[in-house]
Design a protein around this ligand. Structure first.
Ligand code: BTN
Length: 268
């Protein structure tokens, strides 16, 4: 695996640390990796501590949810994974993902001034385009049934990619700033704000202090959606987010369901 320790100018540990409220995180910053989630999993297996944060300027094999890939071109995005070791069962993964979504949403709002919406469960939109995705992966201890660790992977399209987005996502993906906008420290600003927000919510995850913030930004609420099951899809209306961060949907025949995972797409 190619892994060079050449931090690019704005992805610089001292710069990021200087913007953090607490000195809690151990940063590893790389020029290029296949995937920060995959690499951090390796480090977690070797005993890396909680709050290790791995950032790469470029990912050659960025991973998205449901086996998809995450377009991660050089120099324009944030590709960051956070290692956590919460004393919790795997059900906490949904809380971690939604907590991270609120943290990213608030950071993006603060620095871009744009209205930010969260598409359940892990996608963040501005101007009706996806600008951020979150992938939480975990390892469970078979004996205790608790998490050994969880890795929260965050991808944010900060600047316009020099060669545009690939065709399959070109009508859906967006970015926060034009590459020529001159906002050269923006990635470190958004990283630091995201981590500052995370440190506010994560230590008391069970209190779900971010639930209302999540609901307030719901992209799907009262919208017609398609729920994608393994072999078929169903039209429904998204009614809201319940106290467990499940998506409440109502089907045309009156049935209601609370979805805790899976994929939904918006019908126009
Ligand atoms: C999604 O949109 O389905 C989730 C995308 C998550 C992308 C981030 S980028 C940093 C981390 N490393 C990865 O390989 N994926 C996540």
């Amino acid at each position: 695996m190619k892994s060079k320790k050449i931090p690019v100018i704005d992805l610089n540990e001292n710069l990021i640390q200087s913007k953090l409220d607490k000195n809690l995180f151990n940063f590893i910053i790389e020029k290029e990796l296949p995937s920060t989630n995959t690499k951090l999993k390796e480090l977690a297996e070797k005993g890396a501590p909680e709050y290790t944060v791995l950032i790469s300027d470029f990912q050659t094999n960025g991973k998205g949810r449901l086996g998809r890939s995450f377009f991660s071109p050089e120099g324009t995005g944030i590709y960051m994974s956070i290692l956590l070791r919460p004393d919790k069962t795997p059900e906490a993964s949904l809380l971690l993902t939604t907590c991270a979504a609120v943290c990213c949403a608030k950071a993006i709002e603060k620095h871009s001034g744009k209205k930010v919406e969260i598409k359940w469960v892990n996608d963040i939109y501005t101007d009706n385009r996806k600008v951020c995705g979150i992938l939480t992966e975990s390892s469970v201890d078979c004996v205790s049934g608790k998490l050994r660790y969880a890795i929260v992977g965050i991808g944010i399209n900060v600047f316009s990619p020099s060669e545009g987005f690939p065709e399959d996502i070109s009508t859906k993906a967006g970015y926060l700033f034009d590459a020529e906008s001159g906002k050269e420290n923006m990635r470190s600003d958004i990283i630091a704000s995201t981590l500052n927000n995370f440190i506010e919510f994560y230590p008391k995850l069970d209190k779900k202090d971010f639930l209302q913030e999540y609901r307030n930004r719901s992209l799907l609420k009262n919208r017609k959606i398609e729920v994608l099951h393994q072999d078929f899809s169903e039209k429904a209306t998204a009614v809201g987010i319940d106290d467990e961060f499940r998506l409440i949907v109502k089907y045309p025949d009156g049935r209601k369901a609370s979805l805790s995972s899976g994929d939904v797409s918006l019908l126009i």
